[in-house]
Design a protein around this ligand. Structure first.
Ligand SMILES: [Zn+2]
Length: 159
């Protein structure tokens, strides 16, 4: 089966930055799965995968604009330390979730002072060149329920 709108695609992938440093890779035990045609992957990557079948290998390089955007220094904010729960361990690199004017957002803690914590709301890959090396493992039609929910149902994810 070829990858097309409304197919569920299982892939193995390796993601490097533009300098060849490994950013992440899929778990060999369990392929990464996504619903094709809904912007769950960067557009250029989905376009490269369109029409491919199991076994195909696709290598795509994305500029920050094609990936997760440029870094925006306005996304770096300081908040009072006491905004965090007393018992929450605060360490550099920890990701925290918050509701903002723009909706749900993930922040990364980048600096901790006595009374303030500095958070970076940029996507971790903002401003980064991305090299995807993808192998298609499996393609199947999405079920009605998956299309209804807008995500893939696999073994441990079904709701
Ligand atoms: Zn669901």
């Amino acid at each position: 089966m070829k990858i097309a709108q409304d197919t569920v695609v299982f892939i193995d992938y390796i993601l490097n930055d533009g300098d060849g440093n490994l950013l992440e890779k899929s778990d060999r035990e369990e392929n990464f799965a996504y619903l094709h045609g809904y912007g769950q992957l960067p557009t250029k990557l989905e376009e490269a995968l369109e029409g491919k079948e199991a076994g195909a290998r696709v290598q795509v390089s994305l500029s920050p604009e094609e990936g997760f955007g440029d870094r925006d220094e306005k996304q770096i904010i300081s908040v009072p330390r006491d905004r965090f729960p007393e018992d929450e361990e605060i360490v550099n690199g920890l990701q925290v979730e918050a509701e903002t004017d723009h909706g749900h957002q993930v922040f990364t803690i980048i600096d901790i002072q006595d009374n303030t914590v500095t958070l970076d709301g940029n996507h971790p890959y903002a401003g980064v060149d991305l090299d995807f090396d993808v192998t298609v493992a499996q393609v199947r039609a999405a079920t009605e329920e998956e299309l209804d929910h807008g995500h893939v149902h696999t073994g441990d994810h079904h709701h």
